[in-house]
Each structure stands twice: as C-alpha cells, then as structure tokens.
Design a protein around this ligand. Structure first.
Ligand SMILES: [Zn+2]
Length: 278
C-alpha cells in the first residue's frame, strides 16, 4: 500500500505510511500518524477538542481506516488532552503517564494547565481525560500490519514518563519533548541530571531523523548537542554543590541550549539529583 498524496497544511510524509502533523492550535505540537494494513496509530493528540479534530482530519486525508492506537509520548496536556476524541482507540503510554492523567491527579493537572493558558481556559473546562489504558515500563511493540513500531522508555528526562517511538526500517523516531526544536528544553517537571544520559540512549538508537515535540525535525547531532549541555550542567552542579556556585561555573554551551531556562534547570537539578538513576 502506498501513501495517499496529500497537500494538507502541516502534514509531512516522512516515510511510506509515516507522517508528521503539526497541529495548528494555540500550542503547535507535532503529532504522528502511522498507517498499517490492519491498524492506524497516532502519536500524541493535542490540547483541545479542536486540536483532536484537526488531527482526525489529517488522518482522514491519508487513510479511510479508523485509529486503533493512540500513543502518548508523555502526560503533558498538549500531547494528551485530545485523547478522548479518539476513543474507542486503545490509548498506550508509560505506566506513570497513566497515573499522571488518572482521577484527581489528572483533573488537577488539567486545571493547572488551564490556569497557565488563559486563551485555552474555556476549551479545557470539563475536558474529559482519557489516560492510557495499555501501559508498559520499558518497551512495547505495536504491529500495525506491514509496519511495526517500538515504544521505548529511555530514562528520566523531561518528565518521569517520556517515551520515544521508533518506526521499523525508516530511521525515523518520534521523540516527544525529550527534545524540542522551537524552544529550549522545558525543565519544570524534568530531571536534568538524568536527561543527558537519556538523550545519549536516544542518539544511539539507530535513528537519524527525530520528530521533536515542537518545531522542525532534528538529527542525531542535535540530540547529542542537547545531551552534552545536560551533562555539562550536571558536572558543574555536582562540582559546585549549590545552585549559586553552579550558575557561576556553567560553560556557555549550557546557556546555548537551555537559554532562559538555565537557572530553573540548575534549581531542578538540586531538587531531583537523587532520582537521577531511576
Ligand atoms: Zn511536555
């Protein structure tokens, strides 16, 4: 089966049956569409019903088949709040992604997300959450018929439940917010001490094109550039022993990658360094 030709804005064919789709919402997030002979999977679902419907339209522009699997790269709302509109598809994610979106914790995270984004407040009010119903700890293989994908947890990084999704035989992986291209790494729930080693594992996964959570496609050298910055930040923090001294000792490469999130990353290092090995 060959991919249908399409001219839909934001939809980019990456390989036979594999597409990236930048959802044109208030938060431009990169979703993925993978079309197998037996099943269709999407990767991430946007923030709102409108985002989810835009992604559904993108799916409909390349295949008539329904979506059977929804994969969440992590729990953040811009990647998972659109899940509900894909049901009864099976939502797949890391076990901790489910916990972050489940019950009272999910509701309070949704409401906190809305409080930070006034332009989305109305759309997020009472928005129904659909946490992953199929979860895993390390990896999970999905077979769609003629195309396979490996979902892998590579370690703590942007959150405690980031996964990367490699598409067999294409050299393409969807990286979620393990890496972002349109802005610096978001560290508010991150693990700076572990993030570098996690990115090294991503860079050595036999992939050469990565769809970041936001922004344009990146290559392995970009992943390594970000890994180096987190490693340098961790080394400076470990040597300095406190945030103030660490900030004075950071090499320029750290500021280059983390930009105005550098200070937050150092703070977060000291809050989380003991979990670095998890
Ligand atoms: Zn995120």
């Amino acid at each position: 089966m060959t991919a249908k030709r399409t001219s839909m804005a934001g939809l980019e064919p990456l390989a036979d049956r594999v597409y990236a789709y930048t959802i044109p919402g208030a938060i431009a997030v990169n979703a993925g569409i993978v079309v197998g002979d037996e099943a269709v999977a999407v990767i991430d679902t946007g923030t709102t019903e409108a985002d989810a419907r835009a992604l559904l339209a993108a799916v409909a522009s390349v295949t008539e088949r329904p979506v059977r699997y929804v994969i969440n790269t992590h729990h953040h709302g811009d990647h998972s709040f659109g899940n509900w509109w894909f049901l009864p598809a099976v939502v797949v994610g890391h076990a901790r992604c489910r916990l972050r979106l489940l019950g009272d914790e999910g509701v309070s995270r949704r409401d906190a997300f809305a409080a930070h984004l006034p332009m989305l407040r109305e759309q997020l009010r009472e928005l129904p959450l659909a946490p992953p119903g199929l979860t895993f700890e390390q990896h999970c293989d999905l077979h769609l018929g003629g195309v396979g994908m490996r979902l892998a947890y590579l370690g703590l990084a942007h959150t405690d439940n980031d996964i990367a999704i490699g598409i067999d035989g294409t050299g393409v992986a969807f990286a979620g917010d393990l890496t972002e291209e349109s802005g610096p790494p978001i560290v508010s729930e991150g693990f700076p001490a572990a993030w570098g080693p996690t990115l090294r594992r991503l860079a050595s996964a036999g992939v050469d094109r990565y769809v970041p959570g936001h922004g344009r496609m990146v290559d392995t050298s970009y992943i390594e550039w970000q890994a180096e910055a987190f490693e340098a930040l961790s080394a400076a923090c470990a040597a300095a022993g406190n945030a103030r001294a660490a900030l004075d000792a950071l090499p320029p490469s750290v500021h280059e990658v983390l930009q105005d999130h550098t200070e937050a990353a150092v703070r977060r290092y000291f809050e989380t360094a003991s979990s670095a090995g998890a």
